[in-house]
Ligand binder design. Structure first.
Ligand code: SF4
Length: 718
């Protein structure tokens, strides 16, 4: 067969870069950037090339596996799809009958949201079980972003993104878009866009406990002590009021709560927070004035401010600072998108019942609040371990690896081993799926159709692109939506003769036709005829029309946030953050742990691609020279690091890149558990940061795990 060319969007991270893939007889020959993609303009990162590795990976599962245990020995047997569907549905049905629907949990991993097939078919499957025990990677990541968007703008998906192509001043807190390629901000080729800000005379400031890859390209970097961003943000808000810099502008007519907010932040002067944050009072004032006085400016906070003890307050204040300085919903500031498939478009006059997304029920054991229909995944282990009505007895995982990606992974590991039943929809036998009774492997990446439902909603430019599968469906393979649909039909008791699998392509077509661009002829056929994607124009101001709050107004001081301020006030009064969870360890020996991401890492699941893991070991512990001297550690030496919940061994990397008192390691490693089938990942096992993170350490408001600012101590060289 001749060399063929295939165009698609990369589904590995949020940047959704356009790819040009050449292939012959089912073999990938090359992967490069698609210069005709109107959004990514030919940009790709090294991870895109690894799509070939995943496609060809001999460790990848291609048929359903059934676990068989004989005299304590586990073996895995390939079985047919019909047998797998029937047996899985039967076992789930048994658990549901015996223990009730809520005894079956569902965990949706991060790749679920990068795949419209699983994203659209999972909800129907979950409804067919009837469970409300839903977990996802969102509660170890961006719950606070959704929470703030819901409280301020009326819907968890109504999150503004920085208009970086037009801004002149960009403050980035707890984000490293040069490595992550942007997050809650779909922006391919951040490096070029960041350089363009500087070339037009603008400035970029990074505030982070590490001198990150983004900080190295910025105009200014400020170290900040992990977990204290809330105090910096409160002080910045206080400065706005104290110096009469508040100028809400066009949105003043629809904004309430300004006076209440002024009163709430008054105690947090820059002087009161300087010591605990590590940012001087004069720098806090200077940055606040620059934010207020630059006509086109944006303050952006990401995972470092989200996954911490005060994540909800942080994201509220990030939005409030943009609002008070007149940068919300303005070009060059923070703008809302107009996606081609718009989940919010058909919601005029939102009823109050639809507005309520929080605390409608609580987790069974520790009483954590539900948010968006989910229980924080930090509760998963206790829900499985603790006897009583509603105990978690069975689990369904969709392309996630909570053993490596959720707090206290060792405890999660043991809890999964004790379940009555588990099924995983996944392409690998990994640290989590090794506990499953069945693994159902879907087609993935290049082989699937995809429309980025979520990432077009967060993109800094309105575009639309549909990717077809590169190759016809291989004999005996299943798309993820077919897996969920087959299970749904069995669990819902639909008579076999009435089975009708819902193809997500139809939903996507309807979403396009009835979306904001439907009248211009946008449809699935239109996108199929334009395989490089189409440009729908720059973001534009949309408030107040797009507000989803019941009164179509913005309350800058919602009661939930004001109530949570007391917690921050107490912590500030004691000048201690996080240390209360390790009270027995002398403060002098404690360090605060943060995570980091490398351009070649993608959470836990791409370490089996040799092209991404080759070279120098990246799973190291960054430690400042002063701390290294204190503990007698030099670069390359393996050290033992402990936290309240566990310990790891990891080579030290002594560097001034990290601030004193803080240590940093990547997340997603720890591939040394037995019984997995990922040969390359095992050779680059590293240590799991989540063997140190603590399920008891969370943002009590949103339920999001606090994965940054975790107290640890180094116990010397191994
Ligand atoms: S930046 Fe993200 S979307 Fe773009 S090529 Fe890399 S992994 Fe793929």
């Amino acid at each position: 067969m001749e060399l063929q060319t295939h165009y698609r969007a990369c589904n590995l991270c949020e940047a959704i870069c356009g790819l040009t893939v050449t292939h012959q007889n089912g073999t990938v020959v090359s992967i490069s950037g698609d210069p005709a993609d109107p959004f990514s303009r030919g940009h790709i990162c090294p991870k895109a090339v690894a799509l070939k590795d995943i496609y060809e990976d001999p460790n990848r599962l291609r048929r359903p596996l059934k676990r068989v245990e004989t005299h304590g020995e586990v073996s895995w047997h390939e079985i047919g799809w019909e047998q797998a569907f029937d047996e899985v549905a039967h076992r789930l049905h048994q658990v549901r009958t015996q223990h009730g629907p809520n005894s079956i949990g569902v965990y949706a991993g991060n790749p679920t949201v990068h795949n419209s097939g699983s994203f659209l078919s999972m909800p129907g499957f979950v409804r067919s079980i009837g469970t409300r025990t839903m977990f996802s990677a969102s509660s170890v990541d961006q719950f606070p972003h959704h929470f703030a968007a819901w409280q301020l703008f009326g819907h968890p998906l109504l999150m503004p993104v920085p208009d970086i192509d037009n801004t002149d001043f960009w403050i980035i807190m707890g984000g490293n878009p040069i490595a992550s390629n942007g997050s809650i901000m779909t922006a391919p080729d951040v490096a070029t866009r960041l350089r363009a800000i500087q070339q037009r005379g603008g400035r970029v400031v990074v505030i982070d406990p590490r001198h990150t890859e983004t900080a190295k390209r910025a105009d200014e970097h400020q170290f900040i002590r992990p977990g204290t961003d809330v105090f910096l943000l409160l002080a910045m808000t206080q400065v706005l009021f104290a110096e009469n810099l508040v100028n809400v502008g066009r949105l003043a007519d629809v904004t309430d709560g300004i006076d209440t907010l002024r009163e709430a932040v008054m105690p947090f002067s820059p002087e009161t927070v300087a010591t605990v944050t590590g940012v001087s009072a004069s720098d806090i004032r200077r940055l606040t004035r620059e934010l207020a006085n630059t006509p086109r400016a944006a303050l952006y906070g990401r995972v470092g401010v989200s996954t911490q003890e005060f994540g909800g307050l942080c994201l509220w204040l990030v939005n409030v600072l943009n609002l008070l300085t007149g940068h919300l919903d303005e070009p060059g500031g923070m703008l809302f998108t107009s996606p081609a498939i718009d989940a919010l478009a058909a919601r005029p006059g939102v009823p109050k019942s639809a507005y309520n997304k929080y605390n409608r029920f609580q987790s069974r054991v520790s009483g954590k609040p539900e948010f968006m229909g989910e229980i924080p995944v930090a509760c998963l282990a206790e829900e499985a371990e603790t006897p009583g009505p509603g105990q978690l007895r069975a689990l369904v995982t969709s392309c996630g690896n909570p053993v490596l990606s959720t707090p206290n992974g060792r405890r999660v590991d043991e809890a999964l081993a004790g379940l009555e039943f588990m099924v995983s929809v996944d392409i690998y036998l990994n640290e989590t799926t090794r506990h499953a009774d069945y693994i159902l492997p879907p087609l993935t990446g290049l082989e699937t159709a995809n429309y980025d439902l979520t990432f077009h909603v967060l993109a800094i430019r309105n575009t639309a692109r549909y990717s077809e599968p590169m190759v016809p469906k291989p004999e005996g393979a299943m798309y993820d939506w077919e897996i969920f649909e087959n299970l749904r039909l069995r669990l819902s008791g639909t008579p076999r003769e009435e089975w009708n699998l819902q193809n997500p392509a139809k939903t996507i077509d309807q979403g396009l036709r009835f979306g904001p661009y439907g009248q211009t002829g946008l449809s699935l056929d239109h996108l199929l005829a334009n395989p490089h994607g189409i440009d729908l124009g720059p973001l534009r101001s949309q408030l107040p029309g797009r507000l989803q709050t019941p009164d179509h107004r913005i309350n800058a001081a919602p009661a939930l946030f004001l109530a949570d301020l007391a917690r921050a006030q107490t912590a500030l009064g004691q000048q201690v953050i996080a240390e209360t969870i390790a009270p027995d360890q002398p403060a002098s020996t404690q360090l605060l742990l943060i995570s980091r991401r490398h351009l070649r890492d993608n959470n836990s699941w791409m370490h089996n691609a040799r092209v991404l893991v080759k070279g120098r070991n990246r799973c190291t512990l960054l430690i400042h020279p002063d701390d290294a001297a204190r503990f007698g550690v030099t670069t390359g030496q393996p050290v033992r690091v402990r936290s309240r919940v566990g310990e790891i061994e990891i080579p030290a990397d002594v560097s001034t890149e990290i601030m004193p008192g803080v240590v940093c390691m990547p997340h997603g490693y720890g591939h040394n558990r037995p019984g997995t089938r990922q040969d390359i990942a095992q050779q680059h096992a590293g240590a799991s940061i989540n063997d140190l993170t603590d399920e008891a350490f969370s943002d009590t408001l949103t339920g999001n795990a606090a994965l940054n600012g975790v107290p640890v101590w180094v116990e010397g060289v191994v």
